[in-house]
Design a protein around this ligand. Structure first.
Ligand code: PLP
Length: 446
């Protein structure tokens, strides 16, 4: 071991790319690293003191805004009390308390939660529970999983298999074999610039019936959708769509999974999309906003009858041979409990309800701005589609993103789609600041 192994400062000449970063062009990042050192409320602060308005709630996760003192203090106290305890055949009080309160926050009929550490783990766990559920009920032939075009379900093998973003799968070889996909219920010609949810959901959901004519319904375990497609470009469900998916799944004994990793924890103005749209799935994956982004955590919320199906065996038998070392980590549970406290004490959903009409109205005022071919909003989400520059797909999106950052506003772009998902505590003048930055950027790109 050399003397400098434990030196406080590394002497490596590759220090800037020792961290191989997720979804990042490493060589470009190294040329122009973007670092944030602190965060408070609606803002990040760079090492040289520049404040940047966070138009993405971190990565769709800091829903109650940065630096919530209640959450920070709860994490600090938990770390001093109990650093770690396994959840395999033992537990701790905060895990028990958080599970119960989370089920109260979730729609009626969701009575159990399986804790994991990320959205990807939540999705893979939900898919495994779905298959195991059918096994437990003597229907072992039900193994197929149905996802949807443009769906993003994380980076585990299961989530990637049901994902509907082809380029994410391109270089990783064979994925799960028993998978099919629904089309995205979106047609720009008839739906562009819809305010609220577009019409046509019933017809769009018939695609599931069509798919089930190709795949024997008795071989299908579950349908998984994001209630609002998130990373794929913010596509709200057309009216009647989710209701119809629910009805078709019920008819054929197929489980319906909502991936609520983005739509959960207030993003749509209700605790989950299931409540916002009045459709209850059998399983819901969640993560991100659970701890306000402060500690990694995910969960699968499980309806009573699904859980009960696992229970008939001998009481000493483990009903689900699945789990993670850090499931229900004490710091994460403390942060989760504190996040629910913050939602209640600061009436996050109440103030969000007041800002949503402005959000919608201001977003749609960009209709007619240069390059804009569609604008979609759902709760405090927004996507602005730009026409691609001929021969340079994604260039306008990337340039608009960079110009917004220059103007002090952090947004995201998925190719030529600009995406917004700020903290739910946004003030009216910050709504204006975000859209004014985008308007300014669009005026500068050709
Ligand atoms: N599911 C959805 C809908 C997501 O948006 C994401 C992440 O953005 C995931 C799953 C994966 O979550 P994580 O990155 O925490 O694994």
């Amino acid at each position: 071991m050399t003397a400098h192994t434990f030196a406080a400062e590394s002497r490596r000449d590759n220090a800037p790319d020792a961290f191989w970063m997720p979804f990042t062009p490493m060589r470009a990042f190294r040329q122009a690293p973007l670092l944030f050192e602190r965060a408070e409320g609606m803002h990040y602060v760079t090492p040289d003191g520049r404040r940047v308005l966070d138009g993405m709630a971190g990565l769709w996760c800091v829903n109650a805004g940065h630096g919530q003192a209640t959450i920070t203090e709860a994490i600090r106290a938990a770390a001093g009390r109990l650093d770690f305890v396994s959840s395999f055949k033992m537990s701790h009080p905060d895990a028990q308390a958080y599970a119960a309160r989370l089920c109260d926050f979730a729609p009626e009929g969701i009575d159990h939660v399986f804790f994991v550490n990320s959205g990807s783990e939540a999705v893979d766990t939900a898919l495994k529970i779905a298959r195991a559920y059918h096994q437990a009920r003597g229907q072992a032939s039900r193994t197929k999983l149905i996802g949807r075009a443009k769906g993003y379900h994380g980076m585990g093998w299961g989530g990637l298999s049901v994902s509907g973003i082809g380029r994410h799968k391109a270089v990783f070889g064979p994925l799960l074999p028993d998978v099919a996909h629904l089309p995205l219920p979106y047609d720009r010609a008839s739906m562009a610039f819809s305010r609220g949810r577009p019409e046509g959901g019933l017809a769009a959901a018939e695609a599931l019936e069509t798919l089930l004519q190709v795949h024997d319904p008795a071989t299908v375990a579950a349908v998984i959708v994001e209630p609002v497609t998130g990373s794929g470009g913010v596509y709200p469900p057309p009216q009647g769509y989710l209701e119809r998916l629910r009805a078709i799944c019920d008819r054929y004994g197929i489980l319906l999974i909502f991936d609520e990793v983005i739509t959960g924890f207030g993003r749509l103005g209700a605790p989950f999309a299931a409540q916002a749209y009045g459709v209850r799935p059998d399983l819901m994956s969640c993560a991100k906003g659970m701890t306000n982004g402060a500690v990694p955590m995910g969960g699968v919320l499980v309806a009573g009858p699904v859980y009960e199906a696992f229970m008939p065996g001998p009481p000493e038998a483990i009903e689900l041979l699945h789990g993670y070392t850090y499931s229900a980590h004490p710091l994460a549970c403390a942060a989760g409990l504190a996040t629910l406290d913050v939602f209640a004490e600061q009436d996050i959903l109440g103030s969000l309800a007041k800002v949503l009409p402005l959000w919608d109205e201001r977003a749609h005022r960009l209709k007619g701005a240069a390059h804009v071919v569609d604008i979609r909003t759902a709760g405090l989400l927004c996507a602005i589609d730009l026409a691609p520059r001929p021969g340079a797909d994604g260039a306008r999106g990337g340039e608009a993103n960079a110009l917004c950052l220059d103007a002090g506003v952090l947004i995201r772009n998925a190719g030529d789609t600009l995406v917004l998902s700020p903290p739910l505590v946004i003030a009216p003048e910050e709504v204006e600041e975000i859209f004014a930055a985008i308007e300014g950027a669009l005026g500068q790109i050709d």
